[in-house]
Structure formats: structure tokens, C-alpha cells
Design a protein around this ligand. Sequence first.
Ligand SMILES: NC(=O)c1ccc[n+]([C@@H]2O[C@H](COP(=O)([O-])OP(=O)(O)OC[C@H]3O[C@@H](n4cnc5c(N)ncnc54)[C@H](O)[C@@H]3O)[C@@H](O)[C@H]2O)c1
Length: 266
Amino acid sequence: MKPIRVAVHGALGKMGQTLVNALCRETEMQIVGATDIKATEDYLPLPDGSGTVPLSSDLEHILTTCKPEVVVDFSTANAVMPLVRLATERGVSLVIGTTGLSADDTKEIDRQAKARGVGVVIAPNFALGAVLMIHLAKIAGKYLEHVEIIELHHERKLDAPSGTALATAKAMAQARGKPFATPQQGKKSDSRGEQVEGITIHSVRLPGLLAHQEVILGGEGQTLSIRHDTSGRECYMPGVMLAIKEVVKRKGVTYGLDILLGLEKA
Ligand SMILES: NC(=O)c1ccc[n+]([C@@H]2O[C@H](COP(=O)([O-])OP(=O)(O)OC[C@H]3O[C@@H](n4cnc5c(N)ncnc54)[C@H](O)[C@@H]3O)[C@@H](O)[C@H]2O)c1
């Protein structure tokens, strides 16, 4: 089988560089181009020494000349909608890892993708351990009435709460089907974190951290903690590779990896 032709959007960023590295090791896919708003050279040297691929800040140029089948995006939230328009217009599938998209953005992406018969996978977290953490939290939330989420990330992360924490809260609330219990509070205080779907989320930003999340459920006389820690950006790569292989078979938005991993029905 011919390898899937992949371009990376945001290729000079931390996730983009990790992805370019990982793609060089894959036999079922081939990196054919790279885009980044910071690009100053016309070619990106591949880290395995196998050559170069075209690099540009002009996404349209890369789509036209490199003809990728899939663009993987790890850029910034306000770059996503222009990417979706340009890629779907050309029948190019998308794997979107950038966080900070609104529910309306996702709806609009689904509309554009369906209109053009193109697949898009949007995943706020590609780490398989994090996907399992959310899956387990959804089960636990049906049995324990109280929950809070602590998410901890490096100090350069732009959005708070994290996309993963928001996705966890929404998934848990939906799976439970009724509100979680809220603690008695005295005077209203911002230091109690942000309320999402009735669940309090605390966001910690510190150098030395990468991406971590703990879901703590409480009941009378007991707590249950479900925690996921990342120690390197490599943790996201198996999930991204799975999404690349699956997105070319799909139409419209597939949100999260649960369906692709068989944890949830389509
Ligand atoms: N889904 C996941 O599993 C996952 C994991 C880690 C990070 N993320 C998200 O991925 C995104 C990138 O994270 P990062 O740590 O690599 O950030 P980063 O700042 O290191 O990299 C972002 C890159 O995108 C480029 N960029 C910005 N605007 C652009 C545009 N308009 N067109 C093209 N390129 C543009 C920047 O120049 C930069 O090189 C963030 O939204 C982050 O939250 C998602």
C-alpha cells in the first residue's frame, strides 16, 4: 500500500517538531510538506537525514505543490478555521490537535467537512493514557457524587482550563446524566477554580511540568484518584498516527479518539 501523504501545520513548534520526527520513522505514512507562520527557509531538513521537504508560511502553496492527503495541525486556535477552509476545499483530510476551539468552531468544521465529503479528527488529547483516564472517569462519575479536576501544565500553555480538562468535565457530566453534588461554600471565591458542567477545575501553570491531570472523586469516607502524567511529547504520537490512518476513511468530524479505539460506538 502507498504511504499516506502528510503535511504538518505548525511544524516548527514543539508538537510539530515531535511529529515530524515521528513521521520519519513511519512506513505507512510520508511527510511531504510543512507549514509554519515562522518559516524563514523554503525547505525543512528531516531529522533522520533522509532529505528535506518544502516548508512555507503559505499554507495554500504547500497544499497545492505537495498535495498532502492529510494535514496534521498543532498550531494555534485562530489558525484553525482558515486551515479548515483551505484544506477541505481541496479534499484534504485534517487531524487537529490544536486546543482552544469552541463548540461552535467544531460544528462549523463538521459542516464544512461534510459539505466537501472530507474527514476531520479533532482530539484535545492524543495521549492514549489520557483518553483512558477520561473513559475511566466517566464510569466512576456514575457511582461517586463529588468530583474536582486538577490540571497541571507548563507555564507557556496559552489556554486554561486545558482542552483535556474541559473534555473530561463534559464527558463525565454527559455520562452521569444528572448533576454532581456541589460542596457547601461560604462567600463566593475565585480561588475555587472554574466551574464547567458543575465540576470545579483547578489550573496549575509551572515550569518543570509538561501535561498532567488528576480527576478526584469523593464519597463518604473515600476518594478515588485517576491520574495521568506525561513525561515527553512522544506520548501523543501513537494517537496521532492512529488518527492519520483512520481520518482518510471518514467524513465529517470525529471528536476524540474513543471511537477510533473502540471505547465508544460511532
Ligand atoms: N491534542 C493534543 O494531544 C495536544 C498535545 C499537546 C499540545 N496540544 C496543542 O497543540 C498546539 C501547539 O502546541 P505546541 O506546544 O506545539 O505550541 P508551540 O507554540 O510550540 O507551536 C505552535 C506553532 O504553530 C505556529 N503557528 C502559529 N500560528 C500559525 C499559523 N497561523 N499558521 C501556521 N503556523 C502557525 C507557531 O509559529 C509555532 O511554531 C496548542 O494548541 C496545544 O495546546 C495538543
